[in-house]
Every structure is written in C-alpha cells, then in structure tokens.
Write a protein that binds this ligand. Structure first.
Ligand SMILES: *Cc1c(COP(=O)(O)O)cnc(C)c1O
Length: 396
C-alpha cells in the first residue's frame, strides 16, 4: 500500500474486509462464513496424513494448528497489514510472547521501548531473565537511544508506537533500517492504530502485533491477538511455540473477529470524529491541565505521528488539576457513560485513572503522572459523552 492514494487504499481495504479469503462455493453460498467447529480433519490415504505430519503448516490436520475459519481471518489480517502471513492467538499477550520467545536464546539481549504494555514488560523482566535473556529499556522517542543500547548480543528491538498511556512514538523507518543492517529483529505493538491507521510492515518492521481484543473485535466480547510478518518467521513460530503452547485462537472467536472486521473502518471513522469533539470540550475546561493525544497540536511528536499514522482516535489521556486522590476517584465514579475498566476499542466509553495502579497514600499532587486519567471514547454520541463529563468534572 506504499504509494497509493487514499481512495485506492480505501478500495483495497473494502475488498479485503468483504471478499478476500472468502470462498462461498465451499459453504452453500452463505454470505457469512461458517464456524468450522472441529478439532480434527480426516484424510483419504495414509500417505496424505504422513505428508501433513511432515509440515503441519501446509494444511488442515488438527485445530490446535490450522482451521478454515481462522484461515479466512488470517488472510484478511495479513493483507490489511501488507504482510505475507499472519497468526491469530487467544490473546494479545500470547502474540507478544510468540513475537519474542522463539527468537532469543540464553545470553541474548533485547532493547525495548520504555514502559511497554505490562505483559510485554513481564515477559522481559520476570520470564526471560530466568533464561539469561536481558532487556534494556530506552526512551525510544530519540532513535539514537535505541542505537546506543544495542550490542553484539542484541537480537530484538521491541517497539510500541504509540504507547497506550503517554502515546510516545518511535521513528520506525530509521530504527528498522538500522536493525536490518545489524541483523536485529524488529517487533512493534500496533494495537493503538490497527492496520487502518498504521502499517509498520511497510515502514520496515519485521513482526507486527496487535491486541485484537481492542478495535478488531470491537464489541468487548472476545480476547485475541494478531501477529503478522514474513511467512518464514511465522512458520518458525507456528512449528514450535504456537503448537506447543496451544495459544491459537478458537474458531468461534475467529468468527467474532471476522464479524468485528466488517465494521472496523466505520467504527474508527465515527470514533475519530467523536474524539475530536470530546477533546475540544476537555481542552477548554478549566479543570484540565493537559490532554495527551498523538494528533493534538500540543503533542510534542505530532509531526512524526502524522508521518507514520493516517489517523488516531478513541484513546487519550488527560492530566487534571486537583490536589486529592479522593476527587479523582469521585470524578471517575460519578460518570455514568464512562465505565471504570481496563481495555478499550469496544463500543462503550471507558475511564481509568493512573492512581488505580498505585497505593493512594503515595499520591503526590505535584506529579502530573499521578493526576493522569486515561479515557476511551466509544461509539456513543459526542453530546451524550460531553454532558456526562461536564457533570463529573464539577466534582473534581
Ligand atoms: C491490551 C493490550 C495488549 C494485550 O492484549 P490482550 O488481548 O489483552 O492479551 C497488548 N498491547 C497493548 C498496547 C494493549 O493495549
């Protein structure tokens, strides 16, 4: 999708979401593809099953490996990312695990963005250290910090652009160029943008993951993860870690993701428009010190954001003016349209204050981080949400 016009890209996305990978002749011309809810597949000859044992990635044997419903989804998700191939997992965390673990051995080193998604950090700090794999965290807003942290043992550069709390962005093209020269694998968590707004593969990143629980599913009813990249990399993951951990997605959940994908661009469009209205309201409110959103004029990396991303929506953070935890709690608890919850990307608006992750006695009113609140704008109308925030902010 490199040099195409926006209209060409939109047409390509329409084709991918509505047609690619569907083969209606195979299932009674049904519009919606079937859920092939089977654990195993039969073979006509012993030799055919023998061939399948030799390369399970080549066809249907057992649904811990490949499954036809999942395959329709894999084709669409790979094409959306501009990637050769795709694996879909039972969670975004499983996709994170599988993007890292197969590519390191004892003694190896990883360079990661500062404060990646919690379970990526736990993979580095609690799991991989057991096997003598070490990780250096850097402020990757400055590419030089990434380059300086790499050494002869560095096997992976792990990125998340933007981050899902402070929206820090990395210059993927220049990091990928450097990594290619050094033979280092690059991985990027693209959960915030989805392939509709950002395609890291086209910027040179090797493996791109997303939590499909967020925008791809889009209805807060399925947990899943996506990993895309070159077929050779995904086959390596499939042949051992994917089959060993049994972390592949189940057919019913794959079907839910197919259903979610149909409306992905429409939902992102709607949420993008609502987000701007809600942000404009918040920016003019006296209790709001700062809004943190990659496409906002006040964001320090907007130029880089706009060079890599074609959109941004839904999730942003605010820093509120207050001197007490109690007031932040009261604000969150008195909203009726925004639910207090983790995750995002569904139809319902959400709120999560940073203080939910800390002991309230440690609250320091002079630390803006402590006064940070993450907001997710769902599919509701802007007016409906703004009214709710207006009432809540009076309590702050
Ligand atoms: C939610 C999330 C994940 C993990 O995905 P799950 O589907 O919850 O396992 C990974 N990265 C980011 C940025 C996320 O927000």
């Amino acid at each position: 999708m490199g040099n195409k016009s926006n209209q060409e890209i939109d047409s390509e996305i329409s084709f991918i979401l509505n047609e690619l990978g569907e083969d209606r002749e195979q299932y009674f011309q049904a519009i919606a593809p079937p859920i092939v809810q089977t654990s195993n597949f039969a073979f006509k000859t012993v030799d055919a099953i023998r061939q399948s044992f030799k390369d399970e990635y080549s066809g249907y044997l057992y649904s811990r490996g490949l499954n036809p419903t999942v395959d329709i989804l894999r084709k669409k998700l790979a094409a959306l990312d501009g990637a050769e191939d795709c694996l879909v997992f039972n969670s975004g965390a499983a996709a994170i695990f599988s993007s890292i673990v197969p590519f390191v051995q004892s003694g190896d080193h990883i360079v990661s963005v500062r404060s990646p998604y919690t379970w990526a950090q736990k993979c580095f700090d609690l799991f991989l250290v057991r096997y003598q794999v070490t990780t250096t965290y850097v402020d990757a807003r400055d590419t030089q910090n990434v380059l300086d942290a790499c050494n002869d043992k560095t096997k992976i550069i792990y990125l998340e652009s933007p981050n899902s709390w402070d929206f820090a962005i990395q210059d993927m093209k220049s990091i990928a160029e450097f990594a290619k020269e050094r033979g280092i694998l690059t991985v990027c968590d693209n959960s915030y943008c989805t392939p509709i707004y950002q395609r890291p593969i086209l910027l040179g990143i090797d493996l791109v993951l997303q939590s499909a629980t967020k925008y791809i599913g889009g209805h807060s009813d399925v947990v899943a993860g996506v990993l895309t990249g070159k077929k050779s990399l995904l086959k390596k993951i499939f042949d051992l870690e994917y089959l060993l951990a049994g972390s592949g997605i189940q057919p019913f959940n794959a079907w839910l993701l197919l259903r979610g994908l149909r409306t992905l661009p429409a939902r992102l469009d709607r949420i993008s428009n609502t987000t701007i209205e809600v942000l404009n309201f918040l920016k003019s409110h006296p209790k709001i010190e700062q809004v943190i959103f990659p496409f906002d004029d006040t964001f320090p990396q907007t130029d880089l954001a706009k060079s890599q991303m074609t959109g941004a929506c839904g999730l942003f953070s605010i820093v509120v003016k207050t001197d007490s935890v109690v007031r932040i709690e009261r604000f969150c608890e008195n909203l009726t349209c925004f639910l207090i919850a983790v995750s995002w990307g569904g139809y319902e608006s959400l709120i999560l204050p940073k203080i939910a992750g800390m002991d309230p006695s440690l609250f320091n009113k002079d630390d803006p981080q402590h006064r940070m609140i993450r907001i997710y704008v769902g599919l509701e109308s802007a007016e409906y949400l703004i009214k709710d925030l207006e009432i809540g902010l009076d309590l702050l």
